[in-house]
Write a protein that binds this ligand. Structure first.
Ligand SMILES: *Cc1c(COP(=O)(O)O)cnc(C)c1O
Length: 400
């Protein structure tokens, strides 16, 4: 006898830590932009596994790479050379302004690594400087260190005292960074566009100003590209959209094409980590980096950053159309395939309940905001279908 969706849900209720209110269906398989539940019902996935599946679910090149690698070698210590991580390293360095990479397993871990690098830089080059300036409404992960970096009370208050050495200031405010800088400061870490914080796009000159300030004060400028990297904003890396070069970046989400993979990269001048300073048992193992390499090759070779930007511009246009139709939509924002709408009431949960019932997965990034982060490979037909479902859901929930 097969276990039904309802039975799986009961098992979750009985056995799993209750840290999330799950969506009502149990998922079984996926392909491209679509996921299917245990009843065979199809959903357009505009969450893309949380901005992870930039080339879509179960891309044949990624599946083939995983299958092939599984038959060869999965895991060894980083004491040994394995080939997939070197192939992926080459693709990332050849297509970025960075010189060196280290692979890990998640976004939080990538940020832990890159902030360790910044602290080491402070230690050896800046007289022991250790403070890292981050932004309010940022999201950098849920480890003990990254909770202190993440400037949102909701991620911090239950876990005080927080790890010391992080200073949270307002985003998109160069004067706030200047005021927080002192002789203990070693780095500034910012998302090119804040994702979990509500898809906040800074002013066009913000990062140029931050770049100048970091140059003047010898601060490591870290771009947290966990969500914005691998083409999400319309270029392979988010920093390209803002015309500056960071000194170091962190990546994860889209990097593994669905395999759990993170990385941090830096320019040669900041490559201060030495043997013994950092490491990871699983980080960059052959399985995850084979998947990541296959996904990265598809994004780069087929130019999905640019194609995704075109599809994203179309989606943004359709959302702007909805804003013109409904005055309860107060703002459409974002770039590339990372977009959000803001509403005048805290109805995002109800709207998404309605879209999910009708076959469209979305994220209520705030009680009054809906975030769109579909695969870069989403078609115009799928965008039209999704906007139709959203339109009907908005009309129903707002009684328009
Ligand atoms: C998701 C995210 C993280 C954390 O990544 P995990 O893999 O969940 O640890 C860090 N930074 C940004 C910008 C993110 O979007």
């Amino acid at each position: 006898m097969t276990t039904t969706g309802e039975q799986w849900k009961q098992i979750e209720a009985d056995y799993y830590m209750q840290v999330v209110n799950r969506m009502p269906m149990v998922l079984d398989h996926a392909e491209g932009t679509c996921v299917y539940d245990t009843d065979g019902k199809r959903y357009l996935d505009f969450t893309a596994g949380w901005a992870v599946l930039n080339v879509g679910h179960s891309h044949p090149a990624v599946t083939a790479a995983i299958v092939e690698q599984a038959g060869k070698i999965l895991q060894m210590s980083n004491l040994f050379y394995t080939i997939p991580q070197l192939k992926l390293a080459q693709i990332l360095i050849d297509n970025s302004v960075m010189d060196r990479v280290f692979f890990c397993n998640s976004g939080a871990e990538a940020n832990e690594g890159v902030t360790k690098l910044a602290r080491k830089y402070g230690k050896v080059k800046k007289n022991g400087a250790y403070e890292i300036i981050t932004a309010n409404n940022s999201f950098h992960g849920r480890t003990m260190g990254m909770m202190a970096a993440t400037g949102q009370a909701h991620y911090q208050d239950n876990w005080r005292p927080l790890a010391p050495g992080y200073v949270n200031v307002d985003y998109d405010d160069i004067d706030a960074i200047k005021a927080a800088t002192n002789d203990k400061t070693c780095a500034v870490m910012l998302e090119p566009v804040q994702g979990e914080g509500g898809v906040n796009v800074p002013a066009p000159d913000y990062f140029k100003q931050v770049r100048s300030w970091c140059d003047e004060n010898d601060l490591v400028l870290i771009a947290d590209e966990v969500q914005t990297g691998m083409g999400r904003l319309g270029t392979l890396f988010g920093y390209e959209q803002f015309g500056f070069e960071p000194d170091a970046i962190s990546m994860a989400k889209g990097l593994g094409a669905g395999a759990p993979l993170g990385a941090f990269l830096c320019k040669q001048e900041y490559a201060v980590l030495e043997p013994g300073d950092h490491g990871s048992t699983f980080g960059g193992n052959a399985l995850t980096t084979a998947a990541g390499w296959a996904g990265a090759k598809v994004v780069v070779d087929e130019n999905w950053s640019e194609k995704g930007a075109e599809t994203g511009a179309y989606l943004k246009g359709q959302l702007t159309g909805l804003m013109e139709k409904y005055d309860f939509i107060t703002e459409v924002r974002g770039m590339g395939m990372l977009l959000a709408i803001q509403m005048s009431e805290d109805n995002a949960g109800a709207v998404i309940g309605e879209t999910v019932a009708n076959g469209l997965l979305l994220n209520a990034v705030r009680p009054n905001m809906i975030r769109f982060m579909p695969p870069l490979t989403t078609s115009i037909e799928e965008i039209d279908e999704a906007v139709g479902i959203l339109d009907a859901a908005l009309a129903k929930v707002f009684g328009a």
